[in-house]
Write a protein that binds this ligand. Structure first.
Ligand SMILES: *Cc1c(COP(=O)(O)O)cnc(C)c1O
Length: 371
C-alpha cells in the first residue's frame, strides 16, 4: 500500500445491495450515491450497486448525475437538489430524472424539455413533515394540477411522487405514521389530477430495513449500501465497505515527561515509542478526536496522543515493537478489532454518515478491492 489510503471493498457494497433487495422484495431499489458515494467514490460504488441488482441511482446535484452519465452509466438516475438557473436541458437530454417541488421548478423543467426536444422525466416531491424539500400540503394540489397539464401537453412525464422522512432512524416514531398518512393523501390528490406515477417513494435506509409499510414502489437506501447501519445498536447483517489506513511515517523513542504535538496537551508517562501517522484533519480526521480517538497499530487500539494536526497524528506505543512502515488503521469493518466508523461517530458526537463522507474527501487516494 501507499502512504495513506482508503480501501473500498466492492464485494461488501454488492453484499449490502443484495441484502437490501431481500429486505424490500418486489420493489425497485435506487442506490443513493450522492456526495461521492458517501465518500466511497461515486462511480465505482454505482457500478457495484448496479451489478448487485440496484435498478437506479440517486444523487443530489445535476453535476453528480451528469458525471454518472459521462462515466458511461446508463441506468436511471434521479437528481433532487436543483437551484434555479441550472442547465436542466442537459439533464433532460441525458435522460436524468429530475425532482420538482414548486411551480417555479416545474416551469423550469418544462422550459428545459422544450430546449432539449424531449419530455422531462419528473419526480414531484411533497413535504410530509420534514420541512426541507417538497411542496407543502397547501401548495401540493396546485403543483400536481400544473404537472398534470404539462404532462397532457407532452412536456413532461411524471415518473415519481416522493417524500422524505424526519425520523427514519427511529423506526417506531409516531411521526413516521403521520408522514406515511400525509404521503397517502398527497398520492390521492395527485391521482385526482391525473398523475399516476410508476414510482411512489419515501423510504431511505432505515425504513427499507424496518418498515415494509413505507416501501411503496421504490426504496432509496444510502448509508446501508456502504454497510453502515442507519439505526443505532443494529447491524442488520450489513458489511462496512470502507477501511482507512496509513503507514507509520516515523517511530522513535522519547523520554518520560515529553510533551507531544501542538500545545503539549499530552505528556509521556514513561520512556516510550511514539509513532507518527500521516493522517490529520486535512484528510477528514476530526480534530476534536485529539487525546480521544482510537487508531489500531501493532495489534492494539491506541488513543491518539495530543492534538490531531492537519496532516499527522501521534500514537504512544509504549514499549511495543512498532516500526516505520507499519500499517495503522483509523477505522474499518471492525472484524480485526480495529475501530469502526460508528466508534468514531460516537466519540466525536456525530453520525457514521459524516465520518465516512468527510474522510472520503479529495485528499486520500481510494483503492478498490474486488472490482
Ligand atoms: C441521502 C438521501 C437518502 C439516503 O438516505 P440514507 O439514510 O443514507 O439511506 C434518501 N433520500 C434522500 C432524499 C436523501 O437525501
Amino acid at each position: 500500500m501507499g502512504q495513506a489510503e482508503i480501501r473500498i471493498d466492492l464485494d461488501a457494497i454488492r453484499h449490502n445491495v443484495r441484502l437490501l433487495r431481500a429486505a424490500a422484495p418486489g420493489v425497485a431499489l435506487m442506490a443513493v450515491v450522492k456526495a461521492d458515494g458517501y465518500g466511497h467514490g461515486m462511480v465505482p460504488v454505482a457500478r457495484a450497486a448496479l451489478q448487485a441488482g440496484a435498478d437506479s441511482l440517486g444523487v443530489c446535484t445535476l453535476d453528480e448525475a451528469l458525471a454518472l452519465r459521462r462515466a458511461g452509466i446508463t441506468a436511471p438516475v434521479l437528481a433532487w437538489l436543483l437551484t434555479p438557473g441550472l442547465p436542466l436541458a442537459d439533464g433532460v437530454a441525458a435522460g436524468i430524472d429530475l425532482s420538482a417541488a414548486s411551480r417555479a421548478q416545474l416551469d423550469e423543467l418544462v422550459a428545459a424539455a422544450a430546449a432539449a426536444g424531449s419530455p422531462a422525466r419528473v419526480h414531484l416531491k411533497v413535504d410530509t413533515g420534514l420541512s426541507r424539500g417538497g411542496a407543502t400540503p397547501v401548495d401540493w394540489p396546485a403543483l400536481v394540477e400544473a404537472a398534470g397539464k404539462a404532462q397532457a401537453d407532452g412536456a413532461l412525464e411524471v415518473v415519481g411522487v416522493w417524500s422524505h422522512l424526519a425520523y427514519a432512524d427511529a423506526p417506531w416514531h409516531p411521526m413516521i405514521d403521520q408522514q406515511l398518512a400525509g404521503f397517502q393523501e398527497a398520492l390521492a390528490t395527485a391521482e385526482r389530477f391525473g398523475i399516476h406515477p410508476t414510482y411512489r417513494h419515501i423510504a431511505n435506509s432505515a425504513p427499507t430495513l424496518t418498515r415494509p409499510d413505507a416501501h411503496f414502489d421504490l426504496v432509496r437506501p444510502g448509508i446501508s449500501v456502504y454497510g453502515l447501519s442507519p439505526v443505532a445498536g443494529e447491524t442488520f447483517g450489513l458489511r462496512p465497505a470502507m477501511t482507512v489506513q496509513a503507514r507509520v511515517m516515523l517511530s522513535k523513542r522519547v523520554p518520560a515527561g515529553q510533551g507531544v504535538s501542538y500545545g503539549h496537551t499530552y505528556h509521556t508517562s514513561a520512556e516510550t515509542t511514539l509513532a507518527v501517522v500521516p493522517l490529520g484533519y486535512g484528510d477528514g480526521v476530526p480534530r476534536v478526536a485529539s487525546n480521544a480517538g482510537q487508531v489500531r497499530l501493532g495489534g492494539r487500539n491506541r488513543t491518539i496522543a495530543g492534538r490531531v494536526c492537519m496532516d499527522q497524528l501521534v500514537l504512544d506505543c509504549g514499549d511495543d515493537p512498532v516500526a516505520s512502515g507499519d500499517v495503522a488503521v483509523l477505522f474499518g469493518p471492525g472484524e480485526d478489532g480495529e475501530p469502526t466508523a460508528d466508534d468514531w461517530a460516537d466519540l466525536v458526537g456525530t453520525i457514521n454518515y459524516e465520518i465516512v463522507t468527510r474522510i472520503g474527501g479529495p485528499r486520500l487516494p481510494k483503492v478498490y478491492e474486488h472490482e
